[in-house]
Design a protein around this ligand. Structure first.
Ligand SMILES: C[S@@+](CC[C@H](N)C(=O)[O-])C[C@H]1O[C@@H](n2cnc3c(N)ncnc32)[C@H](O)[C@@H]1O
Length: 277
């Protein structure tokens, strides 16, 4: 595990040193769907093959990202959260967690966690911070929550509420019990008033096509993933109290008031936000 603290310089890694550009990677395919430039031919090829199953996935990926912006804004502006543990960060894009949180509250402290070497090479873009706040990056696996919490404790105060954001990552933990156990162990390390934010691809929209897409994904040497139903996703929130509107399609979680409600359609990524009682 590599921890890159806010007061340390990230190691000067070159993507060519650490990245296998012949095998597609989830962070890079995701970046491609979001319209980013940090991806290779192999990621675009696999990304396009997956879109042939479910063309709506681009809309869903972007709705998931917009959910992140609205959820972090809600947490900072309405729930008063000032500490964020963002696990499964992905490649930097517009409106990263620290940018949204620090726009509302400059003193916000954010720790990013991912296990993709390319995300590590871009960590410097995640380590910008207001002078009042802090950001840090940890290279770690979500399957080791205690190691994550130990490293994050250098930046976050685990005696005060923390928002644990896990967007598009628990789908890489195939076993239901293990996924729930990871969430429980993370929640055990934070006090009441802390929040859990999860988004996850589901079988709720275009289920058959999504299953075909995931079978294809899993045949391509990327980290294997799975879909969950809305109910299976809801069970990951069994230790927290869901805030309104509960577990819904990402496009329907507190849409902006200026959005044209009539145009909102369900996307395959579902999400929820809960608070630890
Ligand atoms: C689909 S992207 C989501 C990125 C971002 N959270 C968002 O919603 O836009 C999933 C991220 O999880 C990371 N990831 C996958 N498996 C992981 C694991 N076992 N431990 C840590 N990170 C992991 C990937 O590297 C990737 O950056």
């Amino acid at each position: 595990m590599t921890a890159v603290a806010d007061d340390a310089s990230p190691k000067p890694l070159s993507p060519l040193d650490v990245v296998d550009s012949t095998v597609s990677h989830s962070a890079r395919i995701w970046n491609y769907w979001l319209g980013g430039k940090d991806n290779y031919d192999v990621d675009r090829r696999v990304g396009d093959e997956i879109l042939a199953y479910v063309p709506e996935l681009v809309r869903s990926a972007r709705a998931d990202r917009h959910f992140l912006t609205r959820a972090v804004h809600y947490l900072a502006a309405e729930a008063g959260v000032r500490q964020f543990l963002d696990i499964g960060t992905g490649l930097p894009t517009v409106d990263n967690t620290h940018e949204v949180a620090q726009r509302v509250a400059p003193e916000s402290r954010i720790v990013y966690v991912d296990n993709d070497p390319l995300v590590l090479t871009h960590a410097h873009a995640l380590l910008t911070s207001t002078a009042e706040g802090a950001t840090a990056y940890i290279d770690a696996d979500v399957r080791d929550p205690e190691a994550i919490v130990r490293a994050a404790a250098g930046t976050l105060d685990f005696d005060r509420p923390v928002a644990i954001t896990m967007l598009g990552i628990l789908n890489f933990v195939l076993d239901d019990d293990q996924a729930r156990d990871i969430v429980h162990r993370l929640l055990d390390s934070v006090p009441a008033g802390s929040h859990l934010v999860v988004s996850h691809p589901t079988t709720e929209v275009d289920g058959e096509a999504m299953t075909g897409a995931v079978d294809y994904w899993n045949s391509q040497g990327t980290a294997p993933m799975r879909l969950r139903t809305r109910d299976e996703l809801a069970r990951l929130f069994d230790r927290v109290t869901l805030v309104e509107p509960g577990v819904v399609s990402c496009s329907r979680w507190r849409p902006r008031e200026d959005a044209e409600l009539g145009r909102i359609v369900d996307v395959t990524h579902f999400c929820g936000v809960g608070v630890k009682p």
